[in-house]
Design a protein around this ligand. Structure first.
Ligand code: ATP
Ligand code: MG
Length: 461
């Protein structure tokens, strides 16, 4: 037993020595309360409570990350993260409403009803190799990151300088080790440390760069920018589950269209939506996707709900249509052709992003409704109208019409039908049933479609 304790002690000593040689010592710039704009009025009262209690118990307690950055920019932070030198068990002892989470790196969640304040013990950035609990692969990518440290260590493991500012509750100052305050003033994102190394360590930082630049209207520092394009392929090494989580954040921050253009600019789109990226040189695809994303941003700005399944359906619609068109060309009738296109595209997409099943089911419904919109005879439109995904599917129908698909009459009819009262709807249906001659179902021959353009299916006719 004793021998294990001695080994652990020695290991700790070596670990500490390794950290001390790896991380240069810096003197921080401490900006006193009078010289910055963060007021306690703008800090979440629960976060303040947590900070004060830690401080009164003799620990260092700071706000850190996006909340400090946003407060300095006069923006409403999304969440308030606390960093401290108290170990997770010490945090737990201070708060009855505390739950420790994470097996390898323990974080404390302090729970106030529906609100959670996350408290993290300062961690260290480790420089390759294998430390006590931190580990990186031979290629430099971090796979474990859980060595406790002090505030100075904690700074260097963060991604961008503007995300590494600490608001210290002890004297309300802002502690700045990386010239983050200058970058806030210049509105620029600059990766901390060696850009090559930091993006290799965690390629998700590539996506964080475009997401934050889009959301904050920041530019990306030239050196950081240069490295992003060079390392775009690294996203292929990130798990589809993590990529999906990051992609989802892009859709919900009201700046999707800017982030989307940055994804294109830095060649990152291909690692998230390769099939969409391959169609974007077609003006119709570009218009449909851009309109869907701008519409999403507008909804966020108006505080309306954003449906991820709608955004994903819009992004995947043209690749699905292309596959469906090929299948029709090979002789499949329109409906099975559409189903086949859908299946092929979703299967391929899942290799890049781990879209949860409930969302792929919703995408499927939205896409299949595009076929049902054409079925206007008999009682079918009533059923289509009652479908839980009608609204999202109708929005996609409108985008398709606006982006130049030959379905304007169909989209206008549905606009009228869904807005009308019951008698008007019945007369619209009578008109359709009267005007349309019964269609003789015939299995299309491959040869009959020989000259059909690739991106034109029966759906568009
Ligand atoms: P948002 O406003 O979108 O929440 P954020 O910067 O706060 O932006 P979070 O995911 O909440 O993003 O992360 C909190 C902080 O943790 C960041 O500000 C940054 O300091 C650090 N961080 C998050 N992800 C990484 C990463 N991949 N690499 C290094 N540091 C990171
Ligand atoms: Mg945050």
């Amino acid at each position: 037993m004793e021998i294990f304790k001695i080994i652990k002690l020695l290991k700790g000593l070596f670990t500490r020595a390794a950290q001390e040689t790896a991380i240069p010592k810096h003197t921080p710039n401490v900006i006193p309360r009078a010289e910055h704009c963060i007021s306690r009025e703008h800090i979440n009262p629960h976060a303040l409570k947590v900070l004060y209690r830690l401080h009164q118990a003799g620990f260092m307690a700071c706000l850190v990350g996006g909340c400090v950055r946003d407060l300095l920019l006069g923006r409403q932070p999304k969440d308030f993260d606390v960093a401290t030198d108290a170990r997770p068990e010490e945090v737990r002892r201070l708060f009855k409403n505390c739950r420790l989470i994470g097996r390898r790196f323990r974080l404390a969640h302090i729970i106030f009803g529906h609100e959670i304040i996350e408290v993290a013990t300062f961690r260290t950035h480790h420089d390759g190799g294998e430390l006590e609990h931190g580990k990186s692969r031979d290629d430099g990518m971090i796979i474990r990151d859980n060595v406790f440290g002090n505030i100075e260590d904690d700074v260097w493991r963060r991604d961008f300088t503007v995300n590494a500012l600490y608001y210290n509750i002890a004297d309300f100052s802002v502690i700045d080790y990386t010239s983050g305050m200058d970058d806030i003033a210049a509105k620029q994102l600059r990766i901390i440390g060696d850009p090559d190394k930091r993006f290799v360590e965690d390629p998700v930082r590539l996506l964080r760069a475009v997401r934050l630049a889009g959301k904050l209207h920041f530019t990306i520092h030239t050196q950081t920018e240069h490295v992003i394009s060079r390392h775009s392929h690294l996203l292929e090494h990130v798990s589809p589950a993590r990529l999906f989580q990051e992609t989802l954040k892009l859709f919900h921050e009201g700046a999707t269209i800017r982030a989307f253009h940055l994804l294109q600019k830095y060649h990152l789109l291909n690692s998230l939506f390769s099939q969409t990226a391959a169609c974007l040189d077609q003006p119709q695809t570009k218009q449909l996707v851009e309109q869907a994303l701008s519409g999403t941003d507008q909804r966020v700005q108006e505080d309306k709900k954003v449906s991820s399944s709608f955004v994903l359906s819009a992004l995947l619609w043209r690749p699905i249509l292309q596959h469906a068109s090929h299948a029709e060309h090979d002789g499949l009738p329109p409906y099975p052709a559409l189903e086949k296109g859908l299946k092929t595209v979703i299967e391929k997409q899942l290799k890049q992003l781990a879209i949860p099943r409930r969302i792929t089911i919703a995408i499927r419904e939205i896409v299949i409704l595009q076929h049902h919109f054409q079925q206007r005879r008999g009682n079918r439109p009533w059923r289509t109208l009652e479908h839980p995904r009608f609204r999202a599917a109708y929005d996609l129908l409108l985008l398709r019409a606006e982006s130049g698909e030959n379905i304007k009459e169909l989209a206008d009819w549905w606009t009228q039908f869904q807005a009308a009262d019951h008698p008007t709807r019945e007369s619209l249906l009578r008109e359709i049933n009267h005007n349309k001659r019964p269609v003789r179902r015939r299995r299309p021959q491959a040869r009959r479609h020989k000259n059909l353009p690739v991106n034109k299916t029966t759906l568009e006719k």
